[in-house]
Design a protein around this ligand. Structure first.
Ligand SMILES: *Cc1c(COP(=O)(O)O)cnc(C)c1O
Length: 364
């Protein structure tokens, strides 16, 4: 028989229609939310744009917190839909100051919607989500939280915090597939979305996606890509077996061990621990060294160090400890490679003390 290029990946069975509802319920469990859970058949940035497109309209007033390019995009999508958007741009590579948020909320006129990213894998910062949510709740503002990077890396209790729309993807700290994402949507958010005619007949329409819920949560609209949903189901099995608390603890340990290693090295992380995400640790690159050559040298040793992303991050590199990388061997090799680079640039770096500090952090 001639080889026609047949491949088992091309003949995947459909994902069973009755299992989508179970996926949504399990994601509700991860988010600790009883709100509606929508599944989006695309990477998470599509779910984020869908939330913006579905809320935006002339007359809507939004406060948009920008701590990475993602926040910048969110503001743009809202503006494109006719909303009036006030941006708060944090200092480059840093988290937003709660005082700045309070001031912007009280400066008037009334804000309907507040959007922010919880934790950034772009720069390694953590925004003060509970404090910001308290400000928003007190003012009855609908909130949208980009938790794509943070879910699994940080505690995220959507209903406790009162988050109206939380957007997640499984591919970061949860270590799952990148081609599906999910949103939780509260009653309050639906009221705002459906008020005087939400956008419809669009792949970005949350109102259209809601027909899946209203129709009894069987097969998803469109032609679902089965591999992604089988992969999501497998990821959820693994996530539930490990337990969300343990996953978050594993990321917290990776972050604190990284910081302990850096301190023993004689180097400093870019942001203080209380403002840092558990996902990546940004570190400055010495003047005598080009970030690209540090990254290349690490690559030759099989260690993946990445460039900082966004404003003010040109002299930063990221030690990534997200998802399966939130583990001893990655933390150790990240810090050792960074120490080697410091030495090459003529800075003292105590690599053995750093290794001991990391081993110590993991022994506890
Ligand atoms: C990764 C990420 C996204 C986008 O996710 P994709 O699935 O790559 O589109 C959005 N927001 C934040 C904070 C992220 O870290």
């Amino acid at each position: 028989m001639s080889d026609l290029g047949w491949n088992p990946l091309h003949g995947v069975p459909s994902y069973p229609a009755e299992r989508y509802a179970a996926l949504a319920d399990r994601i509700g469990g991860i988010l600790r939310s009883r709100n509606d859970i929508l599944l989006v058949q695309a990477e998470a940035v599509v779910a984020l744009e869908a939330a913006a497109v579905s809320l935006a309209r002339p007359g809507l007033s939004a406060l948009n917190i920008i701590t990475s390019p993602y926040g910048g995009w969110f503001g743009q999508w809202l503006r494109r839909g006719g909303a009036t958007v006030k941006d708060i741009v944090a200092e480059p590579g840093l988290s937003v100051e709660i005082e700045a948020v309070a001031k912007a909320l009280d400066a008037g006129p009334r804000i309907d919607v507040l959007a922010l990213v919880h934790a950034e894998s772009a720069s390694g910062i953590l925004n003060p989500l509970p404090e910001i949510m308290a400000l928003a709740r007190a003012r009855n503002i609908v909130t949208i939280v980009d938790a794509v990077a943070s879910v699994g890396g940080h505690q995220l209790d959507v209903d406790d915090l009162g988050i109206d729309i939380a957007v997640i993807g499984p591919q970061k700290a949860l270590g799952g597939p990148a081609g599906v994402s999910a949103l939780s949507v509260s009653h309050r958010a639906w009221d705002l979305i459906l008020r005087d005619g939400a956008p419809r007949e669009s792949i970005l329409s949350l109102a259209d996606l809601k027909t899946w819920i209203d129709g009894g949560r069987r097969g998803l609209p469109g032609t679902p890509a089965p591999l992604e949903f089988f992969a999501l189901e497998t990821a959820l099995d693994r996530i539930e077996a490990e337990g969300m608390e343990n996953i978050v603890a594993r990321h917290a340990l990776a972050a604190s061990a990284t910081r302990a290693g850096l301190m023993a090295l004689g180097a400093a992380a870019w942001v203080p621990a209380e403002k840092a995400s558990n996902l990546v640790t940004a570190v400055p690159v010495p003047e005598a060294l080009e970030p690209a050559s540090l990254i290349a040298a690490a690559g030759r040793l099989g260690v993946e160090i990445t460039a900082g992303v966004g404003n003010g991050s040109a002299r930063l590199v990221r030690l990534n400890h997200t998802g399966p990388r939130a583990a001893f061997q990655t933390v150790l090799s990240n810090v050792v490679v960074y120490g080697v680079a410091l030495r090459q640039a003529g800075h003292p770096a105590d690599i053995s003390a750093a290794s001991e500090a990391i081993a110590d952090a993991y022994r506890r």
